[in-house]
Design a protein around this ligand. Structure first.
Ligand SMILES: O=C(O)CCC(=O)C(=O)O
Ligand SMILES: [Fe+2]
Length: 373
């Protein structure tokens, strides 16, 4: 079935109508049984779009939805703690520890900083049994919640990988799962993010910059609006539009590593986070399934690199001040994905007005927020 992107729904944001992109919904229960039609559907979604909703409402997925709620409670408690407690260990490594607001470039590029704080817990670290997490979430119940969530996310993303290998007729060592083994070092991590209200941070510390992920697959949970994607060129040049949070579903997208491992056949999803409602605190949970550090692939610059090297270079570009970021290879931040046509005018920072907000009645099942300029 062709992607349904010709007549997008829209939502009012920053005084104009912005698309809300539709996408395929993949059923996790069917994928778990390698249902041939569902395997075809998930492969097609990754080849054509680079993203899809994953419906987790079956018996196998519901436990993950429970883990998501437990993690939300835990992270809200963590982010409410004093900065000294949250930053007890700082950022221990790129995929473990705390990053305060303003550590990276913001949603509107040059001159802006990000508007979120983040805590990352690495899968390798939780497997070893005693992860270095700050004291507000260090009791055994908290560690149990983190372990359950990482375990569930790991299983779900491996099930997707396995379906994609099958769909691409990969066998034996060439299957994608074989370069994502648990016992080999990787930068796979669970990332918990808290976006502060832009009313509080102002428009210099705002959102999350436009990028593609380093990861192979990203499993993303948020009950709140703010995530925007730009459908790839093969579907026609499209502007940035919102992903509507869908109850009972996660949003899954392909990252650079799987695009490279698929010989550039899959699309790496271009996305960013903007303040949808400038007065709200936004929480999101992302599991980044990454390839084993020594996996080799050809990157967007045509170089033969390891997954570890791609991670380190791109992570540096993310955290560099924008002046340095501009000096990184041009394909790095967007993983070689091309943006055809003009980007949205909402990307212009001067046009962004953080406040005030007026909430309107829901229309066509889409919550509308009008932002008065
Ligand atoms: O917060 C979100 O919804 C997305 C975060 C994201 O894109 C990332 O951490 O790579
Ligand atoms: Fe991302």
């Amino acid at each position: 079935m062709a992607p349904q992107i010709d007549a997008p729904q829209t939502v009012e944001w920053q005084g104009k109508r912005v698309p809300v992109w539709s996408m395929q919904t993949i059923n996790y229960g069917l994928l778990l049984s390698q249902d041939p039609a569902e395997v075809d559907k998930v492969l097609k979604a990754c080849l054509e779009d680079g993203y899809f909703y994953l419906d987790l409402q079956s018996i196998d997925g519901r436990r993950m939805l429970g883990d998501q709620q437990e993690t939300l409670k835990l992270m809200k408690r963590f982010f409410d703690a004093p900065i000294e407690a949250k930053n007890e260990f700082g950022l221990i490594s790129s995929h473990l520890g705390y990053e305060p607001v303003g550590s990276r470039t913001g949603a509107f590029g040059a001159g802006t900083k990000d508007g979120y704080e983040m805590l990352k817990v690495s899968r390798d670290e939780i497997q070893r049994g005693s992860p270095k997490v700050p004291s507000p979430i260090k009791n055994s119940g908290d560690l149990g919640v983190l372990e359950n969530t990482i375990g569930s996310c790991n299983t779900i993303t491996k099930v997707i990988l396995s379906a994609l290998s099958t769909g691409m007729n990969l066998t034996g060592a060439a299957r994608f799962e074989n370069s994502h083994r648990n016992d080999r070092p990787s930068t796979t991590t669970l990332s918990m993010m808290h976006y502060l209200p832009s009313d509080v941070t102002g428009n210099k510390k705002i959102g999350h910059q436009k990028h593609t992920d380093i990861s192979s697959l990203t499993l993303l949970f948020s009950e709140q609006w703010g995530l925007q994607i730009r459908p790839p060129g093969t579907c026609g040049a499209r502007e940035m539009g919102f992903v509507a949070p869908k109850p009972g579903c996660a949003f899954v997208h392909v990252g650079d590593s799987l695009r490279f491992a698929s010989g550039m056949k899959m699309q790496s999803c271009i996305h960013r986070v903007v303040p949808f409602n400038p007065s709200e605190h936004r929480y999101s949970i992302a599991y980044f399934l990454r390839a084993e550090d020594d996996t080799m692939f050809v990157d967007s610059e045509g170089r033969y690199v390891t997954a570890g090297q791609w991670h380190d270079e791109k992570f540096k570009a993310f955290t560099d001040p924008w002046q340095y970021q501009a000096m990184a290879p041009s394909s790095m931040i967007l993983g070689g994905m091309k943006e055809e046509g003009e980007d949205d005018i909402a990307g212009d920072m001067a046009a962004f007005e953080p406040s005030p907000v007026v909430a309107k009645e829901p229309q066509e099942e889409i919550k509308e927020i009008a932002v008065q300029a």
